[in-house]
Design a protein around this ligand. Sequence first.
Ligand code: 13P
Length: 243
Amino acid sequence: MTAPKLIVGNWKMNGLQADSRERIEKLAEAVKSAKSGAFDMVLCPPATLIATVGWFLKESSLKWGGQDCHAQPSGAFTGDISAPMLKDLGCAYVILGHSERRQYHKETSEEVLAKAKAAHAAGLVAIICIGETDAERTAGKADAVVSAQLAASIPETATPENTVIAYEPVWAIGTGKVASSDDILKMHALIRGKSKVKSRILYGGSVKSSNAKEILHLANVDGVLVGGASLKADEFMAIAEAS
Ligand code: 13P
């Protein structure tokens, strides 16, 4: 039997209490009636919704996580959230090094590595994101950029159980321009070959129900990291069911 695919929803900075409750309840209901063990599903809402998600999902097989954490467990870091704080809210996962954090918060791979270590120390699974920009791909540097990010972002505390790698080409995020099957196959094979640990490898970037089946059945694709489409319960469930 093949391992269940990992389907992760990244809600980014979207959702207020009132409009999220219905979506969370709908997902929990749908997951209850799905074939057990068919897929593993994780929701990563904004920090303000984690407690709400946790409350609604406490009886569900769905797990939840944060979208970032600090490298220190506590201290004078106004506005930041630590890995033990996420764990305290029942999180099992944390997304780290997302391209939006690398771009808008100037996060380096070295910082991502330190955060991943903190996540591991707190007992969280780190979903570490890597991926090239459009300019890097056009310049023929995609493989080199992804290899360098991979080498510099994964700490020595990583194991196949506590680490997931997400390949998200920046040009495919929120653009509707999904990477071709050939591009995904090549990059996932490269990541599989270069990873020191046999982690699950997710693809992310414009995944929706209409392309999920093809992507999820490619070699070395162990799941998907979904942005926009995870904000619609029916669409997100359809992606999971495509596995
Ligand atoms: P979209 O699915 O909206 O392209 O976002 C992908 C992503 O960034 C998930 O982390």
